[in-house]
Design a protein around this ligand. Structure first.
Ligand code: KG4
Ligand code: ZN
Length: 349
């Protein structure tokens, strides 16, 4: 089954063609980073307008690179939420229209589930269920038990800022530009992670939830003491110390979840899963604890449409279909099966 995936939940307009939920035939991403950079973050109104301009050319390019057309693909999968509603509506309206004119089956997919589906693309043959997945991005920090390709249970989530959001806000405060994660990652390589002792918020002993706002405030307060006069080596040390606190917290929680769920496999996905130190530390801790840690390549960790097509494949295979009244949603629902609750069984469409 060849699926056209469409993603427009934030500041990337993306389309991809994926065969049988695992073979990437094309994966096109048009980033809006340059557009939003000067504002220090994503401006929702501008993002939606840019999606309107980019979406059809991006879909055309994805089909062309895959050697396919709307006549040869079998189905469409599109991000339904969570995300910026104006942006989601662009992708959703295009997906519905294409599916309608071509009488194609289609499905609306949860963006967080799609991040997990990057694991199916990158590590399909080495995946054994159940496993624990951490989705760590600019908008989300959530932990799941993944029981089957369509069954995931939420184990914990951030109570305030997402980890990537903390990276972006700290970088903005240091004048390092947007998005901040990559810059902090680079600077931290030359810095001392033990230079400043920033807090690790682990909440109660058995909690699998996260909180990054205390850490973010601690870094911002520390930065204020310099009144803007820090040397390059001080910036590197602060970046390394902040990053170490985030990585320590994520590692502790994910390993706690793996032990509690008695699983031997952990997957890390989302933009922050590209982080060099995070990958290093998880690989080491995993080895020490007898847990295999897998990360999709960076191009599948950040927002893309191949993961959307891979996610959609499994729901479509179960006979689920989107209906023409399906709407976008902005927030994550902490429902036990959040990915099934927004799509309708075939009998109702
Ligand atoms: O998954 P993604 O592309 O979009 C969302 O769904 O949010 O993630 C973007 C986030 C941004 O906050 C960015 O700063 C962060 O991922 N990020 C990183 C790295 N690369 C991207 N954070 C830390 N280290 C990185 N290397
Ligand atoms: Zn994302």
């Amino acid at each position: 089954m060849k699926i056209l995936g469409i993603e427009s939940s934030c500041d990337e307009t993306a389309a991809a063609v994926v065969g049988d939920g695992r073979e990437i035939l094309s994966n096109v991403v048009a980033s809006q980073v340059d557009l939003h950079k000067k504002y220090g973050g994503v401006v929702p109104e501008l993002a939606s307008r840019k999606h309107v301009e980019a979406i059809l050319p991006v879909i055309d390019e994805a089909l062309e690179r895959a050697g396919e057309s709307l006549e040869t693909i079998d189905a469409i999968a599109v991000t339904q939420g969570p995300g910026l509603v104006g942006s989601l509506l662009v992708g959703l309206a295009v997906a519905k229209s294409l599916a309608y004119v071509r009488s194609l089956p289609w499905i609306g997919v949860n963006h967080i589930y799609s991040h997990v589906a990057a694991m199916f693309l990158a590590h399909g043959s080495s995946l054994c269920f159940p496993f624990v997945a951490l989705v760590v991005s600019g908008g989300h920090t959530s932990l799941f038990r993944v029981s089957t390709p369509t069954q995931m249970t939420l184990l914990g989530r951030t109570l305030d800022d997402a980890a990537g959001e903390a990276f972006d806000k700290v970088a903005k405060f240091m004048g390092l530009g947007y998005p901040g994660g990559v810059v902090i990652d680079r600077l931290a390589r030359e810095g001392n992670p033990a230079a400043v002792s920033f807090p690790r918020t682990l909440l109660e002993a058995d909690s699998l939830d996260f909180s990054f706002s205390g850490l973010k405030t601690a870094v911002l307060n520390h930065l204020k003491e310099f009144e803007g006069n820090f040397s390059v080596s001080q910036i590197r040390d602060i970046a390394a110390s902040f990053q170490e606190a985030v990585v320590d917290t994520l590692t502790a929680k994910v390993m706690r979840a793996a032990r509690r769920e008695k699983v031997k496999l952990v997957g890390l996905v989302g933009g922050v899963a590209c982080n060099t130190r995070l990958r290093e530390k998880f690989a080491r801790e995993g080895e020490a604890g007898g847990i295999t840690v897998l990360f999709p390549p960076p191009s599948l960790c950040t927002d893309n449409a191949a993961m959307v097509a891979a996610a959609g494949y499994h729901f479509l295979k179960e006979g689920r279909r989107g209906g023409l009244s399906l709407n976008a949603y902005s927030r994550f629902s902490a429902d036990k099966q959040p990915f099934l609750s927004q799509s309708t069984p075939r009998s109702q469409t």
